[in-house]
Design a protein around this ligand. Structure first.
Ligand SMILES: Nc1ncnc2c1ncn2[C@@H]1O[C@H](COP(=O)(O)OP(=O)(O)OP(=O)(O)O)[C@@H](O)[C@H]1O
Ligand SMILES: [Mg+2]
Length: 342
């Protein structure tokens, strides 16, 4: 187990393109932190830099207190699981699991004991004789995880390890991963582009965009107290509505240099003593998700989505009011995107 510290880590490419800029982040010993951001924001590069597969341009990386900038990957006490989890196709599950230990010339009996113990832990004991092509996506995933576990690293680096799985299996593997983290107590960095996965798995979440950290916080903090417009719009589904245009023209709110946002789940079909403000538009679309409907209203070409309880009285093309509490509005500085508080 180990604590991972990144101090002012930057990475520039040969053409001076900035891939990572001044990354400051500490992952506590035993913590599971998720890193989320859009495609190309630098997530994989960040992990590769920690693993030692990519070189950083400036800054420091410490693992367990030791500066590892100049150490090769195998001396960094980390194990990385990649998106495509590249198992050796010509080796069985057993051989895949044993490979790293065999290379390090660990005695056969010890390898055998450790491989079997890990296999039991991951529910792979009946599959040890199979080849990767004979495994399901989840089983392959577990084999890749097992291979990383057998290295007993101080830090696990997981780069979108579930992205090749279908949705039900992803949810199952996410629970397994979470249980595994609890059982192992190992420091883990989990990279994903899926915000719901990042929030459900991470004890804390790092939101990355354009190579820069936008926010580090608990899932609750990221959702409730986004630091800027980017984070607010990236986390939550459907995304936060930004009330650009004249939605608020009669509200008495200053919309000159401030952008207002409200989450779809904070809009209501009925007023109440606390929800006494509203926006109004033409009901364009009703989409049923069984226990919940999503309704979309429009006004001068701008759209707002609300998540509401099913209501058979709603009619498309009618004018619809969506009510809210003023304290549920988020305000952002239009120039900088920073959230304005209070
Ligand atoms: N070796 C390289 N040569 C040139 N550009 C690179 C190289 N590695 C990364 N990049 C660029 O750096 C940026 C970050 O890439 P990275 O793979 O870290 O993104 P990511 O967040 O993992 O994206 P994804 O979600 O698609 O996996 C991208 O703009 C990418 O094109
Ligand atoms: Mg990536």
């Amino acid at each position: 187990m180990a604590r991972l510290e990144l101090q002012r880590v930057s990475k520039l490419l040969a053409n001076r393109q900035v891939v990572l800029q001044d990354i400051d982040c500490t992952v506590n010993d035993g913590e599971l932190i998720s890193v989320v951001g859009p495609s190309g924001c630098g997530k994989s590069t960040l992990l590769r830099c920690v693993a030692g597969l990519d070189k950083i341009t400036s800054g420091d990386i410490r693992i367990g207190g030791q500066r590892v900038n100049d150490l090769p990957p195998q001396q960094r006490n980390v194990a990385m699981v990649f998106q495509n989890h590249a198992l050796y196709p010509h080796m069985t599950v057993y051989q895949n699991l044993a490979f790293g230990l065999r290379v390090r010339r660990v005695a056969r009996a010890i390898v055998d004991a450790r491989v079997r113990r890990t296999a039991v832990r991951l529910g792979l004991e009946a599959l040890l004789g199979r080849y990767p092509r004979e495994l399901s996506g989840g089983q392959r995933q577990r084999t890749a995880l097992g291979r990383a576990m057998l290295r007993e690293p101080g830090v696990f680096l997981l780069d979108e390890p579930l992205s090749s799985l279908d949705i039900p299996l992803r949810a199952e593997m996410r629970r397994e991963l979470s249980a595994l983290h609890t059982a192992l107590g190992t420091t883990m960095v989990y990279v994903t582009h899926d915000q719901s996965e990042a929030l459900s798995l991470g004890q804390r979440v790092v939101v990355l965009a354009d190579g820069q950290i936008q926010q580090i916080d608990t899932p609750d903090g990221i959702y409730k107290e986004p630091s800027n417009r980017f984070v607010a719009g990236f986390v939550g589904w459907p995304p936060m509505n930004f009330l650009d245009g004249d939605w608020l023209e009669n509200s008495g709110l200053d919309a000159h240099c401030i952008d207002y946002g409200i989450r779809p789940e904070r809009l209501l079909l009925q007023p109440s003593s606390s929800a006494d403000a509203f926006i109004a538009g033409r009901l364009e679309r009703i989409e049923s998700f069984g226990g919940e409907w999503q309704v979309e209203i429009s006004r001068n070409g701008s759209r707002v989505i609300a998540r509401v309880a099913p209501n058979p009285e709603l009619r498309r093309d009618n004018e619809l009011r969506l009510w809210f509490r003023r304290e549920d509005l988020y305000a952002f500085d239009r120039a900088t995107g920073r959230r304005l508080q209070g």
